[in-house]
Ligand binder design. Structure first.
Ligand SMILES: [Zn+2]
Length: 322
């Protein structure tokens, strides 16, 4: 049997850290409150590339739970920078499911905050980067690169920005050191992990790394709460934020993920993991939230939790690290 109590974060080559997240671990709220630059603003930022599933519910539990426990605010942001995979019907469904679950954002809902509505914001940020960093066109495909790390082969070629070419920014060799609010101190070297960051891809879309870093800066997100699969992106986002002029990086908290029966992170809703399917099977919203919380060991199975009460999961047992 797979041990559900071990949550290993896989990180790419060059970042030889395996993290095991103890499900009993809770963020230390007093420390967290003291670490985050006021005001505390966190965000729930789904991509409309599919329906909501229990993995999203776990994230919502952490986002709303910690924000409410610390009198912070929750921003809703629709991350639809990927114009090929995002669909309006998924966006409508995720808003409807979120409302059904009972998670209410403090802002970002009306008017809806969507990345695709503000392309000029990213253009402007790119112009700002050009002033202070080496930004260049790159014509390499994923196949050309052959892995996650880009070796910078177009850096000195002086290619013109053109259709079919991506845009990258050169990264310095700085070691990024940060305190994850759940995992403790982490070290990452983005130049070795990923190489020069892709800002816009060859199809002309802003990349995830660039769009979220720009958004977290302009929306003054001071606490980023997300799944542990994104921990390896953190150093590069902190570095990029600094290059974009951000003085205080947000505090990051990476939480455990629900894995499917094969041990992979849930990426699509299906069967017993989709919020829509669970709704249509007759479960109530508190029951669905309870299932998600139990799947990562926050509560014992069979305990319904109302969305307005998720902060209690973090206020009750504040435990030291493993
Ligand atoms: Zn290239």
């Amino acid at each position: 049997m797979r041990d559900r109590r071990k949550w290993i974060v896989r990180t790419e080559k060059g970042n030889h850290v395996s993290l095991i997240i103890n499900p009993l671990l809770r963020p230390h709220l007093t420390t967290l409150a003291a670490t985050v630059t006021a005001p505390l603003i966190t965000r729930f930022a789904p991509s409309p590339t599919g329906y909501l599933h229990l993995g999203h519910v776990v994230n919502a539990i952490y986002v709303w739970g910690i924000a409410r426990a610390l009198n912070g605010r929750v921003l809703l942001r629709v991350e639809d920078h990927d114009r090929i995979r995002c669909r309006p019907e998924y966006e409508a469904a995720l808003l409807e499911d979120l409302a059904w679950l009972g998670f209410e954002p403090d802002f970002g809902l009306e008017p809806l905050l969507r990345q695709s509505d503000t392309p000029f914001v990213y253009e402007k940020a790119l112009e700002g980067l050009r002033a202070t960093a080496h930004v260049y066109a790159c014509e390499c495909s994923r196949k050309d690169i052959g892995g996650e790390r880009y070796d910078g082969r177009c850096r000195g070629r002086g290619l013109k920005v053109a259709t079919g070419r991506g845009i990258r920014v050169q990264l310095g060799n700085d070691m990024e050191k940060f305190e994850d609010a759940l995992l403790g101190r982490l070290f990452q070297l983005p130049a070795e992990q990923c190489g020069d960051l892709l800002v816009r891809d060859r199809d002309g879309h802003w990349t995830y790394q660039f769009a979220v870093t720009v958004d977290d800066l302009r929306q003054n997100v001071t606490l980023v709460i997300r799944g542990a699969d994104l921990v390896s992106s953190t150093g590069r986002q902190i570095l990029l934020a600094r290059m974009l002029g951000r003085r205080n990086a947000p505090v990051f908290l990476h939480h455990p993920l629900i894995h499917d029966d094969l041990g992979e992170k849930l990426s699509k809703s299906a069967g017993d993991t989709g919020v829509r399917e669970l709704r249509s099977s007759g479960l109530s919203a508190p029951e669905v939230i309870g299932i998600a919380a139990a799947r990562i060991g926050l509560v014992d199975p069979g305990m319904p939790i109302h969305a307005s009460e998720v902060s209690r999961l973090f206020e009750q047992r504040v435990l030291p690290g493993p």
